[in-house]
Design a protein. Structure first.
Length: 175
């Protein structure tokens, strides 16, 4: 299993998805909340004036962010949550069909078709493993890869991301 470092995704406010806007020209002072999940974006501006202070507005902005995430079905975490992606041909987030190349003992380069599973393994790490199609067969390898991904989501978020698995369930059952 490989681990790859990825960049930080935390906003300067210390809260994911919340940015500070101070514009003297437009007389705008407050926190801009933006939540994106499954190609849908929701946003709201929380003003200092409306809440009495910068700190009170930030507290309200965090509550607004949490509510927007609940509306979109996004789990509450400071980690990156990948929703559906139109480029994913397998139909399950974090699972893809790939060809792995390896060098045999005889020095020849061989190819092995696999289902590759990836997930965030920590703040700046990415986990990755694969399931061999040749060893387990197409359908079983796919189901095994999906089971690994669901278990990793359970470890990361406390439960699998329901919004992701609703559409993918038919693909897993059909395999």
């Amino acid at each position: 299993m490989k681990e790859i470092r990825i960049g930080s995704h935390m906003a300067k406010s210390g809260h994911k998805g919340i940015s500070r806007i101070d514009s003297e020209q437009k007389k705008m002072h407050g926190w801009y909340v933006r939540v994106r999940f499954n190609n849908e974006t929701r946003s709201k501006f929380v003003t200092d004036r409306q809440h009495g202070s910068k700190e009170a507005a930030l507290k309200a902005a965090v509550e607004v962010r949490d509510e927007l995430e609940r509306e979109l079905g996004k789990p509450r975490t400071d980690w990156v949550v990948v929703g559906s992606n139109p480029r994913n041909r397998v139909g399950v987030a974090g699972v893809r069909r790939a060809v792995k190349k390896y060098k045999g003992k005889d020095g020849k380069v061989y190819e092995n078709e696999v289902y590759e599973v990836s997930w965030n393994a920590g703040r700046e790490k990415k986990g990755r493993t694969s399931v061999s199609i040749r060893k387990y067969g197409e359908a079983r390898a796919f189901r095994m890869a999906c089971a690994i991904r669901r278990e990793k989501e359970r470890q990361m978020y406390g439960e699998p991301v329901a919004a992701k698995w609703a559409g993918a369930l038919s693909k897993v059952c059909a395999a």
